[in-house]
Write a protein that binds this ligand. Structure first.
Ligand code: SF4
Length: 617
């Protein structure tokens, strides 16, 4: 085995075969790990294989920096598959102990194909993979599943599980990680419907843990880099540590509201009149614990309580949850928000997509496009009871919930009457928490994101508001491309991006840490080049599966047709011609064709001969 890497387990659930191989040197260095590996593995999946086909691999991939002791970079990993939401490459990043314990179990990655005959779960420990009966936990919420499996296997194991929504292949079902709040950070691989892929395989959970070590080429050098990075976070963080520890990502909520970028009532408005009821200050009186991922010195998860409906439940409200389940649905009570968040987690639903789908239903109802008879009640913005009922209807695929479970794009098609103009998605993935009508760089980020509209690939809105907010300039295109190359590095290495994006940690440190681990020198530039390869590979997957054309990168009609109704950005909306021109400049700067396909020359320049053959023969 080469330093920094261990083994990959390939599991076939249909014939219950498990094969294990050492990580191949070329695969390791060419694609680094995490998102690089998931991109390459899914590129190799034949294009006729759909999300729910047995041959669609569900991949759990760590990175070389996902190490038992590697402060202060945190610990992250990727889940990935062909997405049921977009029909193309899908992934989702998650923290907590799971990735680290997968490495302790002796594996860098699991690649799971096939379908169980009966509901099962995987037990992965000390180099072995067992397929176990999940009959007794099928149908249960993720919280109970976590408790049951930990009581069976011990609290030194981590559990990734799906809820009833995943079992019913809700197309935005998530995978829950580590619900054992007493000890660790809870998290979700929320986006792109990977819980539904897991459900389609009748795979309820994956339990990982063990005592295996990862060989590191130069532990002394790694220790020094870690120490230096730790010192920086104590002495020179760009966000005051006190604010971060108090608020975490919720510190963005007031900023987003003030900047008029906060999705409100299905993205009709961009600021919320009751923002102070669900912001970071409102969170303080409900917080019961601060949790962090392993190896993190800047913990950000604020576990909060709700006593709504006489039942105490807990959830960690992050900015995205507060934006999409809160202001986007008009909820003005923090405990209601916590309960909605908890229901999504336990039932196994992505909070972002869920908030967009419910927001669409509420607006469609107001416009007379959905009737009471389809739901059994009046779904109103601001009514928490409506939100709770709709979440359950989605998870159970009950009545209109069956169509809601298909995602907002398909739902709008079935509602018809031009409701697609306010169905907020790109490529079938619901838009995350930033109104971008007065932020063209953020709009470009959403439009060109390789998994559909997700903010974390290039969080460019801060660039929009710093300069000429309404500009479609080349500098914004360059900035989006820069972020789209820098950010995958964290996902490939298996670490958190907040130490860089929020605290200002120098990205070159990550390249140095990688070099120390593998015993070969990699500069930041070397990693950025690999990022660009990954970006072109996932774009190639999209083109192979969905064809090519600028329309595939277009935003919902609301962004162009409905102006921001009030505030300092009143009247703002995107100009379609300017945005098309921006997209075309983006393609050109990337070395893509005028309709957005990676050019043969670009693919060859990046050493992606297989991708070139796939597109050009
Ligand atoms: Fe995990 Fe938050 Fe720390 Fe990142 S900053 S590693 S998400 S606890």
């Amino acid at each position: 085995m080469i330093p920094g890497y261990t083994r990959i387990a390939e599991v076939n659930l249909t014939d219950r075969r498990v094969s294990v191989r050492d990580v191949d040197e070329k695969f390791a260095y060419d694609f680094v790990g995490g998102r690089g590996w998931t991109a390459k593995t899914l590129f190799d999946v034949p294009k006729h294989v759909g999300a729910f086909d047995p041959d669609n691999p569900l991949i759990a991939a760590t990175g070389p920096l996902t190490l038992p002791s590697n402060p202060p970079f945190g610990s992250k990993m990727m889940f990935a598959a062909i997405s049921p939401a977009t029909g193309s490459y899908g992934d989702s990043n998650v923290g907590g102990h799971f990735g680290l314990r997968l490495r302790k179990a002796g594996f860098d990655a699991l690649v799971i194909r096939g379908v169980n005959e009966k509901p099962s779960y995987l037990f992965v420990s000390d180099g072995d993979v067992d397929i176990c009966d999940a009959g007794k936990i099928w149908g249960k919420g993720s919280r109970s599943v976590d408790e049951i499996l930990r009581s069976l296997h011990g609290h030194d194991f981590s559990v990734a599980s799906i809820g009833p929504a995943g079992e019913r292949t809700v197309k935005f079902a998530c995978i829950n990680i580590d619900w054992d709040r007493e000890k660790t950070r809870h998290g979700q691989a929320g986006r792109t419907g990977l819980g539904a892929v897991m459900g389609s395989k009748k795979l309820k959970a994956i339990v990982v843990g063990g005592n295996k070590d990862v060989a590191i080429a130069d532990p002394d050098r790694l220790r020094e880099i870690s120490k230096g990075a730790g010192r920086f976070l104590v002495e020179k963080p760009t966000t005051p540590m006190k604010t971060w520890l108090r608020e975490g990502t919720m510190m963005t909520f007031d900023w987003s509201d003030t900047m008029e970028a906060l999705p409100t009532r299905n993205f009709q408005k961009s600021s919320f009149e009751s923002a102070e009821s669900i912001n970071a200050d409102a969170m303080q009186s409900n917080v019961i614990a601060l949790r962090g991922c392993p190896n993190c010195t800047i913990p950000c998860e604020h576990v909060s309580k709700s006593r709504e409906l006489g039942e105490e439940v807990h959830a960690a409200v992050e900015y995205e949850n507060a934006a999409l389940l809160g202001s986007n649905l008009g909820l003005d009570n923090f405990e209601e928000l916590v309960r909605a968040n908890y229901l999504c987690d336990d039932l196994g639903i992505d909070t972002i997509s869920c908030g967009v789908v419910i927001g669409f239903v509420m607006e469609a109802f107001e416009r007379g496009l959905i009737s009471v008879s389809e739901l059994g009640f009046e779904p109103r913005f601001g009514d928490a009871g409506s939100v709770y009922r709709l979440i359950r209807m989605i998870a159970e695929r009950q009545a209109l919930g069956d169509k809601m479970a298909e995602g907002v794009k398909t739902l709008a098609t079935s509602v018809g009457r031009q409701s697609d103009r306010f169905a907020m998605h790109v490529k079938g993935l619901e838009i995350s928490g930033y109104d971008h009508r007065a932020a063209p760089a953020m709009a470009l980020s959403y439009a060109t994101c390789d998994i559909g509209a997700h903010h974390n690939r290039s969080w460019a809105i801060t660039y929009d508001v710093k300069g000429d907010r309404y500009s479609y300039g080349d500098d914004k295109v360059d900035h989006v491309i820069y972020l789209q190359h820098l950010r995958p590095i964290f996902d490939m290495l298996g670490v958190c991006r907040f130490q860089w994006v929020e605290m200002g940690l120098d990205p070159t440190l990550y390249a140095e840490a990688y070099s120390a681990i593998v015993g070969k020198e990699f500069s930041l530039q070397d990693l950025l080049w690999r990022s660009e390869r990954v970006w072109n590979l996932t774009r190639t997957i999209r083109v192979m599966r969905k064809g090519v054309g600028i329309e595939d990168d277009m935003l919902p009609e609301r962004d162009f047709a409905d102006a921001v109704p009030e505030g300092s950005t009143k009247g703002a909306r995107l100009d379609k011609n300017s945005f098309r021109d921006m997209l075309e400049r983006y393609y050109s700067k990337r070395g893509w064709t005028s309709d957005g396909m990676p050019s043969k020359a670009k693919l060859m320049e990046l050493g992606l001969e297989e991708a070139s053959s796939a597109l050009y023969g």
